[in-house]
Design a protein around this ligand. Sequence first.
Ligand code: KG4
Length: 339
Amino acid sequence: MSITILGIESSCDDTSSSVIRDGVMLSNVIASQAVHEAYGGVVPELASRAHQQNIIPVVSEAIKRAGIDKSQIDAIAFTRGPGLMGSLLVGTSFAKGFSAALGIPMIEVNHLQAHVLAHFIKESEDDNHAPSFPFLCLLVSGGNSQIIKVNAYNDMEVIGQTIDDAAGEAFDKCAKVMGLGYPGGPIVNRLANEGNPKAFTFSKPHIPGYNYSFSGLKTSFLYTLRDELQKDPDFIEKNKKDLCASLQATVIDILMHKLRMAAKNLNIKEVAVAGGVSANSGLRDAFLDHAKRYGWKVHIPKFSFTTDNAAMVAITGYYKYMDKEFCPMDAAPFSRVQI
Ligand code: KG4
């Protein structure tokens, strides 16, 4: 018997819906919200309003592109958290209404777990690129930087995480002070490709275990700008490529150092990366380099699965459906949850 899951993602500023049948993606529709660009960051109230406008057309389009009828859906998987409360409420409320109307169960999905399970989305029947258990996953996004030991679909341990800023925040905040625009990550990445990663030295944290910290790097970046701007007001304009290249190299060094430690100590060579920052070309290259150097089998997601998408929610829903893990109609969203 085949299982068809409709996924809904609305945790931040992308409204997305996807249909997955037996682990194979039939559609994945994403409506991004341009409304935030003028503000240099996501404005929660504007995000929820845009979700409300987008949700019905996005879900209809996902069902249409999948070539199915809504009566063929077996369950609705939705992101319950973490994320912006108003945004999550739109997806959660829609999931409740639709599941009641269709008389099918709902499945709650943890957004972070979904980023990890994005590696199991199949784009065709014979797509067999998934990692084997146990594997380590570096989850790097605008709000999280974690090292996760993934023992099974439903068994994940966070063995390290940031104690302050996330890797994506380090990119976004440093880009903001340089006046580069939002989100800063992709802009820094583009400029870094033309700069010298050794031009500047920024501080790296010395904290025990597998935890991360990016606030020291951010401070040392700011101090460099402050000192240099006193000498030359055009310092940023003249040096932005080198600044971006050095910033990016430092973030990647910090991330890979702890990941290497974890892989060595736990003797795991299967290593994946997930989340928005996994779109970074320098980080992707570092993974490929580690594969060569340390014999890792690395798993790097397709660009379309790095940022928020409902296919990762639907695939998580699929595995939870197999375990009969349904949630009650009164499930409320959570803005903060652990894996
Ligand atoms: O997972 P994600 O889409 O959602 C949130 O956590 O909100 O991650 C977004 C983060 C942002 O900080 C963005 O700047 C960063 O991912 N990002 C990048 C790149 N593309 C997106 N960071 C570095 N290089 C990139 N190419």
